[in-house]
Structures are given as structure tokens and as C-alpha cells.
Design a protein around this ligand. Sequence first.
Ligand SMILES: [Zn+2]
Length: 178
Amino acid sequence: MSVFFSKSRKNRLIHERVHDPYKTTRKPREPSFCPVCNAVFKGGRWQWLDSWPVDSHQEICQACQRIRDGYPAGMLTLRGDFVKTHQTEVLNLVRNQAKGEQTQHPLHRILKVEAWPDTVVASTTDIHLPKRIGEALHRAYKGQLELNYERKNCFIRVNWISTSDEPDKTERSKMKRR
Ligand SMILES: [Zn+2]
């Protein structure tokens, strides 16, 4: 059986103000740049810029801090026969989605990817990337997608389990109406 969820509700939860231990209450001074990844904090957000003023402040961004500490904000677990038989394809999708996300959002990154014969586990520096990857897998290969957001810890767990069959359409429309 597939698990479906109300998209609007999950999105709202993610966008609520939450306690993130890596998010300081004060914003970095502008402009600041991260000496580890060279992301620049300007206009109220971290972004990729070709250059920044020489007198910019230095501040290690949250993504680099999490990578340094090995402290993920999200965990994505992929399991099932499809992961076993098409692991390269699955890993490529994970990497491509991560690349696309990181281009737009410098702090949304893969922290670590581990692969076993029928399981792939990826940890991320943010709570959005696992959802993006999970939804891309679900779009491309169906299967079961579960999102579990722990608001208190500002942590998201996304599980995707491949199935050979399409989800039952009657079941899907029934769940969506709730
Ligand atoms: Zn950085």
C-alpha cells in the first residue's frame, strides 16, 4: 500500500518557524563570505556570486558547519528491488537533484551518501533537499513515499520504497480527498 500525504499541510509545517540549532538569531553582517565554500551572504540570503568585496566579513555558513560536525538536518532512505537493480540510475538522480537544488540554494546540500546492495541513505544539510529528491523519485518511478518532519528537532526523514506496480489509482484519489 502506498502512503500519501496532504502536500499543503506538509509545506506549511516546513515553513513554520522552527528551532534550528545552526541558525543563529542574528543574521551575518553584509556582505559576509564563507571561507569554506565561498558562498556570499548578501541581500539577506546566502548566494553564489562571482566576487565579493575584499573587506567582506568571514562567517562559516550553516551548511559548512553541519558538514564539519557531521550533523545532518535531513535523512533520505531509499529501499527496494529497484534500488538494487538500478542503483547507478538512482544515485545519479540523487546527485542531479542535489546539484539543481544547490545551484539555487547554497545551504541545501548532500552531507553524505552511503550505498548498500538494496539501500541508499543520503544525509543533507537542510530539510528541503530530501523532500525534493523523494518527490523526484516518486514522479519518475512511483513507489511509496513517506515524509516525516520532526518539527521540534527541525529534522526531516524521507523514505522511498520502490514498488514494481503503479499505486492503486482508486486508493490514491480516495486518500487525496481527505
Ligand atoms: Zn560554507
